[in-house]
Design a binder for this molecule. Structure first.
Ligand code: PGA
Length: 251
């Protein structure tokens, strides 16, 4: 059985003072979260704070993006090696906000995935369709294209030890969650797509669901056979919600 993982995506939220409160409360509430592996992906400037406050705890931390380059004249960019200087475990790649707002193509996302692997980070690769694409019946076509770009670049073996996240764009920050059955259907299709290349890898690959995950819907989502936890935005900033989501992953 695959272990459950819950990753918080803080997006561009936080301050030193607010993070201190939030991280302290998460650490204090850890027994509530049980044995679920928990991580927070914080804005770059707060990585040092996350490292300092979480190093001695079971909570891991990571970044929300990284450069596809290992170094050089790339003003404003952050490399995988820099993230490793702060002992990050995770780097989210291909989040739909990066794809839509910063023009990240499937090829760029694949390059970022490879950069994360090369640095020794665990990429959390996000895939997902827009509402328009879903309504046009193109969900799997879109998700497969996003996934195949990485499978082709990294090879199936390159996905070993990585994490996937299915995040339907229409469910992100909208309060509109995919139903457990809708999410399970796409998760199973993603796993089957990977299975076609490497069955052993597919069986062990964690596939998280993201998009308006809350304490109230987490249990039902995580009970689906191909949903291995969550990538949580808004609710990861609310201590009781995030702890309850992690608790739901234990059941
Ligand atoms: P949400 O965001 O939980 O606020 O919908 C999820 C995400 O964007 O990763």
């Amino acid at each position: 059985m695959r272990a459950k993982l819950v990753v918080g995506n803080w997006k561009m939220h936080g301050s030193l003072a607010a993070n201190r409160e939030l991280l302290r409360a998460l650490v204090a509430g850890l027994p509530l979260a049980g044995s679920t592996e928990m991580a927070v992906c914080v804005p770059f400037p707060y990585l040092a704070q996350a490292q300092e406050m979480l190093a001695a705890t079971p909570i891991r931390w990571g970044a929300q993006n990284l450069s596809e380059h290992s170094g050089g004249a790339y003003t404003g960019e952050v490399s995988g090696a820099m993230l490793c200087d702060f002992a990050c475990r995770y780097a989210i790649v291909g989040h739909s906000e990066r794809r839509a707002l910063y023009g990240e193509s499937d090829a760029k996302v694949a390059a970022k995935f490879l950069a994360a692997r090369a640095a020794g980070l665990t990429p959390v690769l996000c895939v997902g369709e827009t509402l328009e694409q879903r309504e046009a019946g193109a969900t799997l076509q879109v998700v497969y294209a996003q996934l195949d770009a990485v499978l082709d670049a990294a090879g199936a073996a390159g996905l070993s030890g990585a994490v996937l996240a299915y995040e339907p764009v229409w469910a992100i920050g909208t309060g509109r969650t995919a139903s457990p059955a809708q999410a399970q259907e796409v998760h199973a299709a993603i796993r089957a797509r990977v299975e076609a290349r490497d069955a052993v890898l597919a069986a062990s690959l964690p596939i998280l669901y993201g998009g308006s995950v809350k304490a109230q819907n987490a249990g039902e989502l995580f009970a689906q056979s191909d949903i291995d936890g969550g990538l949580v935005g808004g609710a990861s900033l609310v201590v009781d919600e995030f702890l309850a989501i992690c608790q739901a992953a234990n059941c």
